[in-house]
Design a protein around this ligand. Structure first.
Ligand code: G
Ligand code: G
Ligand code: MN
Ligand code: NA
Length: 254
């Protein structure tokens, strides 16, 4: 409860910050997207990664507010990169299960796009299967509304928990992200290698691109390229970066 109060204060007092982890196109080798990851700059404990406070924020009903904060901050940063003359790069925002149930979500995204003038194709939302399966019929409606805005829809953390290839067919996705846990085993476990190949093949049949998360080694990267994975993300490519580091990276890309 103390942590919860502190998190409310963090939201109000500007103790949150965003980092961005680059995603690269595997065939061309260029950065094609950035995943926004929230961090809490705690006055005493220092920089706390999302994994350590998002579950608590979700239980306390704070992730919806936090999620909208991340969306707005990411769009501000995108405008700053645009003002600096950098070529646009797509930014991916994580949506928590509770935020996904917010009926206002599509309208908020529409308003943010309209106010900023950011092209819808430059924004994507990352949603987990757990979020989609809370209320599958409501998810169909929300996803259709989001899709109509022209933004990207990504299925996050695929290959964990109750993953189903059926979900790739049911929902209007354009990208599926293979979870770190699965990527970690592709060059050591034959079952996981086969599973990843199947996911890539099935997704491509359905017109969905595939990104692998948590890529840490060249061997994993080679496996994924050989097996036609579209994108990679992970420490092998780059760790999450501050806004200024992203500016430097995008400038160097010119
Ligand atoms: O960066 P880190 O490994 O700590 O992230 C852990 C988890 O936190 C990831 O599952 C990621 O999806 C989630 N996360 C990071 N930033 C945000 C955010 O802005 N909103 C929500 N809802 N989840 C986030
Ligand atoms: O659940 P989600 O996919 O949104 O979480 C992404 C998280 O994965 C980020 O918090 C990031 O810190 C973490 N991450 C990024 N790259 C790697 C990696 O190469 N290995 C591992 N183990 N985790 C990573
Ligand atoms: Mn994610
Ligand atoms: Na993920």
């Amino acid at each position: 409860a103390q942590m919860e109060a502190a998190l409310r204060i963090a939201l109000i007092e500007g103790q949150l910050q965003l980092q961005y982890q680059p995603v690269a196109d595997l065939q061309q080798g260029a950065i094609c997207a950035l995943e926004a990851l929230v961090r809490w700059q705690h006055p005493v404990m220092g920089l706390i990664p999302a994994g350590r406070f998002i579950p608590l924020a979700e239980a306390a009903g704070l992730t919806t507010a936090l999620g909208y904060w991340s969306l707005r901050r990411a769009v501000e940063d995108m405008l700053a990169w645009r003002a600096a003359g950098l070529a646009p790069v797509r930014v991916a925002i994580n949506i928590s299960p509770k935020q996904f149930l917010d009926p206002a979500l599509p309208q908020v995204v529409a308003d943010v796009l309209a106010q900023s003038g950011i092209a819808p194709s430059q924004l994507s939302l990352e949603i987990t299967e757990a979020a989609l399966m809370q209320d599958p019929n409501a998810s169909d409606t929300t996803l259709a509304q989001l899709k109509a805005l022209g933004i990207g829809l990504t299925l996050d953390d695929f290959g964990t928990g109750y993953s189903s290839l059926n979900h790739l067919k049911r929902f209007p996705l354009d990208l599926v992200k293979i979870d770190c846990g699965l990527t970690g085993n592709i060059v050591t476990g034959t079952d996981d290698a086969a599973l990843v190949k199947t996911i890539i093949s099935m997704a491509h049949h359905l017109g969905i691109e595939v990104a692998a998360e948590g890529v840490e080694t060249e061997a994993q990267c080679d496996f994924l390229r050989r097996n036609m994975c579209d994108q990679i993300q992970g420490y092998f490519l780059a760790k999450p970066c501050d806004r200024d580091e992203v500016t430097a990276m995008l400038t160097a890309r010119h």
